[in-house]
Design a protein around this ligand. Sequence first.
Ligand code: ATR
Length: 289
Amino acid sequence: MNTPLKITGKTGVCGVIGDPVGHTVSPAMHNAAFSALGLNFVYMPFRVPKKDLADAVQGMRALNIRGLNVTIPHKVEVMALLDEIEPSARAIGAVNVIVNDKGLLKGCNTDAPGFMRALKERGIKVKGRTVVILGAGGASRAICFALASGGAGLIILNRTPGRASQYAADITKATGQTVEAMPLNPQNLAVAMEKGRILVNTTSVGMSPEASETLVKSDIIKPQHTVVDIVYNPVKTRLLKDAEKAGAGTINGLDMLVWQGALAFEKWTGHRAPVEIMRKEALRALKGI
Ligand code: ATR
């Protein structure tokens, strides 16, 4: 059993800034991890509207908050307010973690390496493979950079044509990988799935309460595919259910959520994250939503 949280004069403070933050499972995940390792830290949710972002970052310095997760809608805007940005976060164009080293605020991105780690832990190799990506928002951009840096070729399909081509060129320039961008329609998707071994849904389609939705017709999923969904509520989306039925491998959004959290935890505390405890607590918190 984990020891209960005991706040003292020396407790280190971490948290998440975003708007909204009411549904975040990060406090449950991180507080359980601190407690499991007996670390004198606490993790708090901070709802910060857009207009208050600069004050919140200044407050992080003033209050000597050790670490923050940054979530919607601040991941891009926060970059201009920090002292340093890790090169990988700079390339991705988004920060989801801030580390405060004695007043120096460093912006990092653990979404992308968290995604890659989730794949690696399941034994999925991306090097030399073609990955089909659904969606071209912020999450897609981070995932595409990570995959291409890991040696994958990409086919990005998006509802709004042109959105993906904006960063497809950046990714090719940075990694040398082939990146195709095309409109999302059933024909293009069917052709892409014939070329690709891995499919990643980075859109919100399938998220509760619209849990019966999917962008992928089940008959184009084959046993040789691995299907990854970044949606974590529900943990098993319609897309993942269809993939399982087709005999394909699956990786759910909870895995990625846990790994981005684990990598942030390690940056703030210098300790190896208790990943299984974090997964269990994130799942428990999700069930309570
Ligand atoms: P995030 O930063 O979390 O990735 P986002 O920037 O809003 O969020 O991006 C959401 C992605 O999901 C976009 O690619 C969006 O497509 P558009 O660029 O056409 O808006 C995609 N998306 C959301 N709902 C969709 C739907 N019903 N069908 C297809 N794509 C959808």
